[in-house]
Design a protein around this ligand. Structure first.
Ligand SMILES: NC(=O)C1=CN([C@@H]2O[C@H](COP(=O)(O)OP(=O)(O)OC[C@H]3O[C@@H](n4cnc5c(N)ncnc54)[C@H](OP(=O)(O)O)[C@@H]3O)[C@@H](O)[C@H]2O)C=CC1
Ligand SMILES: O=C(O)C(=O)Cc1ccc(O)cc1
Length: 455
């Protein structure tokens, strides 16, 4: 059921939407809602009131002093703040919620958010919370938007929230908060762990992969690894720390990912080819057996998204099948792709079918699944990868650093230490910082292409 146009117009005249936290996601929502004709009030930290008022002077929403002022006038209040501070912030402003208001949040893990709402909100306040499963720079249209109707008393409350968020044109996915946290641990948290570990390994080895002269990081799969890793490191650490540390399901997933990487790497060191192949084939059978139809991604469409300025036209040959230019196979060094082998193995070890989560997937998860699928379902590449993992020493040091990094990220998450997480994240971030402007341009183009091809 959807609300009638007359009803929505009436709500637009009478109701106010409040956003607490005017960072990347809060600003996205405040802008979209107010441009769609809703009355929106918003705030950031009280000490930033003057600068926020100046920055948003031309916006179609109004900046208020703090969350008390937002809460007391708003009919739907959305907290869009750092996960680690949410409890404190809801404890401060929650009791100021307007009588009969609906409250929700944007935090990436819902159990602590619901706990804080139940603890601090007055009993007359309803709780309908949301989560946009994409970053602030991604087009909201068609992306999953989780809606959790946790505590509503009136039938029209959900309709009202749906009407407010309808301007995002996202795909609504209805879950409980427990379902949400289980699924996002499988999808988001472990995806981030993989790309964080790749970045850490390169930073430890002081390698900018796109500049390496030995052609170790050439080709579509390598471009995905580099671009997504840099994309994550160019963002705010607290987003990744929050969703991994505050979600207990995520700890187990990230630990399994590190364990899979360690065990597969140990098999390579011990030259246990038979065990290695058997384990990968079991994982392949479990994850991809029922796969039908086209692959989510094709390596060739990704080849042009290299950060490398070294790829000269003379190194490009034309693929006889596609007619497209592609770097000569001779130029690419076969990679062990440990990061991709480990994710498929960890899905297998945990009995997770990643395709079950497509309705609730982020762009990065779909890309990670897409490249893993490409690797496992393109026979020549899987064989080349297995040979490289077993016989080729060129990636041993990279793989060793990757395994160490995966275990480090797992420990940081398990110990729940936000400060250490921040330090680790920021040290790698500093290493890659000079490349962010360029990486973001190329990464955005790559993601657009991937999303177009994977519809
Ligand atoms: N970025 C993403 O890709 C996504 C993020 N999310 C989730 O959304 C939430 C917000 O993330 P995002 O917008 O990226 O993060 P930001 O850091 O950009 O935004 C959070 C904002 O809240 C402000 N803030 C802190 N304390 C208060 C307070 N007491 N009152 C009002 N505002 C306050 C922060 O100010 P200051 O920085 O000065 O502390 C900051 O501007 C997080 O929980 C995140 O996990 C969900 C989907 C996607
Ligand atoms: O796509 C991803 O995984 C991102 O990195 C962006 C992101 C970050 C946090 C969320 O809660 C949702 C999406």
């Amino acid at each position: 059921m959807v609300a009638s146009i007359e009803q929505i117009s009436k709500w637009k005249r009478e109701k106010t939407i409040g956003i607490i936290g005017l960072g990347d996601m809060g600003l996205l929502y405040a802008t979209k809602f107010s441009n769609a004709g809703w009355k929106v009030v918003a705030c950031d930290r009280e000490d930033l009131f003057e600068s926020m008022t100046a920055v948003h002077a031309d916006a179609s929403f109004e900046v208020l002093l703090n969350g008390h002022y937002v809460s007391r006038v708003s009919d739907y209040i959305i907290y869009s703040v750092e996960a680690a501070n949410l409890d404190k912030i809801v404890s401060a402003y929650g009791p100021s919620s307007k009588v009969g208001a609906i409250v929700g949040g944007q935090t990436s893990c819902k159990s602590p958010e619901i706990r804080a709402f139940e603890k601090y909100l007055p009993k007359d306040v309803e709780i309908i919370t949301v989560h946009s499963l994409h970053g602030p720079k991604v087009n909201t249209e068609g992306q999953p938007l989780v809606i959790i109707d946790h505590r509503s008393f009136k039938k029209e409350s959900l309709l009202f929230v749906e009407s407010v968020v309808s301007c995002l044109k996202s795909k609504h996915v209805y879950l409980t908060y427990e379902e949400h946290d289980r699924i996002t641990a499988d999808t988001q948290a472990v995806t981030h762990a993989a790309f964080l570990s790749m970045g850490s390994a390169w930073a430890k080895l002081k390698v900018y992969p796109w500049l390496a002269e030995d052609n170790k990081w050439v080709g579509g799969l390598e471009n995905v690894k580099v671009n997504i890793s840099l994309r994550i490191y160019s963002n705010k650490w607290h987003v990744y720390a929050g969703l991994a540390i505050t979600n207990p399901h995520a700890h187990q997933q990230i630990l399994q990912y590190a364990t899979s990487a360690t065990e597969l790497f140990s098999m390579c060191l011990d030259n246990r080819r038979k065990d290695f192949v058997e384990r990968l084939m079991n994982a392949k059978e479990f994850v991809f057996n029922s796969h039908k139809g086209k692959l989510l991604l094709d390596d060739l469409i990704l080849e042009e998204y290299s950060l490398s300025k070294l790829t000269k036209k003379s190194e490009i040959s034309t693929d006889p099948h596609s007619g497209r230019d592609s770097p000569s196979i001779k130029q690419m060094l076969p990679n062990s792709h440990l990061a991709l082998l480990a994710i498929v193995d960890s899905w297998y070890q945990l009995g997770i079918n990643p395709y079950d989560h497509m309705i609730c997937s982020t762009p990065l998860f779909r890309i990670f699944l897409g490249v893993s699928e490409y690797l496992f379902l393109t026979p020549a590449i899987l064989e080349q990868t297995i040979n490289a993992a077993m016989n080729d020493q060129s990636f041993r040091r990279d793989d060793l650093e990757f395994v160490v990094a995966a275990r480090e990220w797992s420990s940081l998450v398990t110990f729940g230490n936000f400060d250490l997480y921040k330090r680790q994240f920021e040290s790698v971030q500093k290493f890659f910082e000079p490349m962010f402007p360029e990486a973001n341009v190329i990464g955005n183009e790559m993601i657009k292409t991937i999303l177009k091809h994977s519809k």
